[in-house]
Unconditional design. Structure first.
Length: 195
């Protein structure tokens, strides 16, 4: 079945839909994606902007959205975890107890956002919070034994799922993708080259 939608700018997008299963909001139909890219190029044509940069950043955002939402739906929901909750457990599993400021920084979150996520994980018994023994003003987040069991059970499933997300890429392409993304990640700190 083919449907045509009119976007906010009056442009039309052709979406090929499977009658058996409606598309999920985080799945991109290749035809609709190409139509959107074409609309963006048309809209920006003649403007003093770098269209290739826009194309890269748009796809970076789309990829991050697809990864996080697909992971939540296909792996993390069974463990009652959000993407953010999983990431907190992962960071604590790898690096151990951590003060709130550093943990928020590792996750790219504000302290306020971290507080909400941490409270949810505390209610599930996956993390606990205690005062830093060296600085009583600081709070540390600690992975509980239950949290460790969850991350040790879920991470192999997540890793297998992640491999399936990159299934169409060759090993050298995966390494190149990781290097390019790392270059984007470290750029804001002033370091333009991956380590």
């Amino acid at each position: 079945m083919q449907s045509i939608e009119t976007g906010a700018t009056g442009s039309t997008h052709r979406h090929l839909t499977d009658r058996r299963r409606p598309p999920l909001p985080h799945e991109y139909n290749p035809d609709a994606l190409l139509a959107a890219e074409s609309d963006i190029r048309r809209r920006l044509e003649g403007k003093p902007v770098d269209i290739e940069v826009q194309h890269a950043i748009s796809n970076l955002y789309r990829a991050a959205t697809v990864v996080s939402r697909s992971a939540e739906r296909e792996v993390l929901a069974a463990a009652n975890l959000s993407w953010s909750g999983f990431t907190v457990l992962w960071v604590l599993w790898v690096w151990g107890r951590m003060d709130s400021t550093r943990l928020a920084g590792e996750l790219g979150l504000t302290a306020g956002s971290l507080t909400g996520i941490r409270r949810g994980l505390e209610k599930q018994g996956l993390v606990s919070v205690s005062r830093d023994p060296d600085d009583g003003r600081r709070m540390q987040t600690i992975l509980t034994p239950a949290g460790e069991k969850v991350i040790e059970r879920v991470y192999p499933q997540f890793n297998s799922w992640a491999a399936s997300m990159l299934d169409g890429l060759k090993r050298n392409q995966i390494n190149e993708l990781a290097t390019l993304l790392q270059a984007v990640v470290v750029r804001p700190s002033g370091d333009q080259s991956p380590t």
